[in-house]
Design a protein around this ligand. Structure first.
Ligand code: UD1
Ligand code: MG
Length: 525
């Protein structure tokens, strides 16, 4: 790599959009050309700033105990990857009230996510939301933090404090992270970490204190003796470090008996060197780390209940929380009632005063106010105000039902716009269609949109009346206020106001010049 390439590479790596690809280049360039690793040649002299921190999230591990091909941090709880919950908590730090007593502004840098196993897959899921560091071999949590050193060192302003979280703790909140930061700043500790009490601490690291209550070390369960295993205070995996101490301690950290570099071993080192260690006590539920599918299910239960509680406090009635599943990303307006057996997922938005369920699934859809959805499935659909669906109907991706559309038993709509006040009451399929306002689709009517090769479009004008069991063979247009007779097979365009019947449909009557069609003329089912 010549000088110019190197400079370009550094620029790319340091740009806010730098991804792992550039960082790999950057790192190899640094190591080849500047083995000192610290890029002193390229650092500008930068003011020492007391009030910034850099969050580092460890997400490089394979998650062996999950027994999965998916990287652990991409497994989902409440509809979001584990890592997304941790990043949301970091985003929420600044909006908590925890910093108020400090009377100073503390700003955080963009989170640095340490990736390793399936790094590209994880990076693709989060893009520019984070900066990334690469831990090429997963040699432990201490080694993983060190992998982020070169990214931290390029931040402007250089952060004084490093906040470390694990990407597998989805119940962590911005409030508790802020409490750890505040404790760190106010106690002037070198190292502050979060603990919790659990009567069943399973594989969590145990917090060992001396008789005066001072923290001495964190012992991982693999290396704990029987007495230590009975300790109920556990390490929750959230830490604040003084940056310069952290890097020097990590560079000096030896491999432990397991052949890894444990971040938790820094506690014993800080203690033996006489540095101040502070702790914050959180609830165990909030800090649960996901290592296997049992813990994943436990987190799902806890998080789901937390999400439901937030909705209930915000004015949503949930009749049976035990049988209601709502993802963390969903929004629901007040006075909406959610009935049992309902699952609402993805980025779904539901307005106020709706009635959803029982037995309903809604995914990535938008519903206005006052909608009713009974025993039905909606996927990637839009329902404007006052739409009523069900029982037993299905809106597939691209369905857009305008104001007050009524869609009854066993209807299916896909990739179609249905105009306001239109009725599709019984056993109909509307696919790849544009349907006007005040249309009546008779029982059993179908848009025959697929000719075996292509999907073809159907257009139905305002006020048209489609008789029961009509087959609309697309591409075809039914004009405004036209009528099709029961059982007709319409394979040619129907002029506005005409009446067609039969197989194939023929014109029975054309509109008379004196006739002025209105919606009242339309024969309803
Ligand atoms: C860790 C703690 C333990 C704590 C628990 C809380 C250590 C040694 N132990 O144990 O004290 O009670 O979390 O949940 O830190 N990772 C990397 N690179 C690695 C290894 C791990 O990025 O080389 C990441 C993982 O992807 C994961 C996180 O670090 O997100 C924690 O690793 P994990 O293996 O889950 O540690 P635990 O056994 O849970
Ligand atoms: Mg873990």
């Amino acid at each position: 790599m010549d000088g110019e390439d190197f400079v370009d590479c550094i620029r790319a790596a340091l740009s806010p959009n730098a991804g792992l690809k550039y960082q790999r280049l950057h790192k190899s360039a640094c190591l080849t050309r500047y083995p000192s690793r610290d890029l002193k040649h390229h650092k500008k002299v930068c003011k020492f700033v007391m009030d910034t921190y850099a969050p580092i999230v460890l997400a490089a591990g394979k998650g062996t105990r999950m027994r999965s091909t998916l990287p652990k941090v991409l497994h989902q709880v409440a509809g979001l990857p584990l890592l997304a919950h941790v990043l949301n908590a970091i985003d929420a730090i600044s909006s908590t009230s925890a910093f108020a007593p400090l009377q100073t502004t503390i700003s955080g840098h963009r989170p640095i996510v340490v990736l390793g196993h399936e790094a590209d897959q994880v990076e693709a899921s989060f893009g520019e939301r984070c900066l990334y560091a690469l831990q090429e071999e997963q040699s432990g949590t201490g080694h993983a933090v060190l992998a982020a050193e070169y990214v931290v060192n390029e931040l402007k302003p250089v952060p004084q404090t490093i906040l470390v979280c694990y990407g597998d703790t989805p119940l962590i909140s911005g409030e508790i992270l802020a409490r750890v930061l505040v404790e760190h700043f106010t106690s002037h500790a070198t190292l502050t970490f979060l603990t919790a009490i659990s009567e069943q601490p399973s594989d969590f690291g145990r917090v060992v204190r001396d008789t005066d209550g001072r923290v001495r070390e964190i012992v991982e369960v693999k290396r704990a003796n029987e007495k230590q295993k009975r300790i109920t205070e556990v390490n929750s995996g959230v830490y604040c470090f003084d940056r310069s101490w952290l890097w020097s301690a990590l560079h000096a950290l030896p491999r432990n008996a397991s052949g890894e570099y444990y971040l938790t071993d820094l506690v014993a080192i800080a203690s033996s060197q006489g540095y101040k260690i502070a702790t914050v006590s959180g609830t165990f539920d909030e800090t649960i780390g996901i290592n296997d599918r049992m813990q994943l299910a436990a987190a799902e239960r806890l998080l789901r209940m937390r999400v439901l509680e937030q909705f209930m406090y915000a004015g949503v009635t949930i009749l049976d929380p035990a049988s209601t599943y709502i993802d963390a990303d969903v929004e629901i307006g007040p006075d909406t009632v959610i009935l049992p057996g309902t699952m609402i997922t993805g980025k779904t938005r539901i307005g106020s005063a709706c009635r959803i369920g029982p037995g309903t699934t809604i995914d990535k859809s938008t519903l206005g106010n006052g909608c009713i959805v009974l025993n039905s499935v909606l996927e990637e659909s839009i329902l404007e105000d006052g739409v009523r669906i069900g029982p037993f109907s299905h809106c597939r991706p691209g369905a857009h039902l305008a104001r007050n559309v009524r869609m009854g038993n066993f209807g299916e709509v896909k990739n179609s716009y249905i105009g306001a006040e239109t009725d599709i009451h019984h056993f109909s399929y509307i696919g790849d269609a544009t349907v006007g306002e005040h249309v009546n689709i008779g029982a059993g009517s179908i848009t025959c949109n697929y000719d075996g090769v292509r999907k073809n479009h159907t257009t139905i004008g305002d006020g048209a009346s489609i008789g029961s069991d009509t087959m609309l063979v697309a591409p075809v247009t039914v004009g405004e206020y036209a009528i099709t007779g029961a059982g007709s097979v319409v394979n040619r365009d129907v002029p506005p106001g005409a009446v067609v019947v039969g197989v194939p449909a023929r014109v029975l009557r054309m509109p008379q010049p004196s006739e002025s069609s209105t919606t009242e003329d339309v024969v309803k089912e």
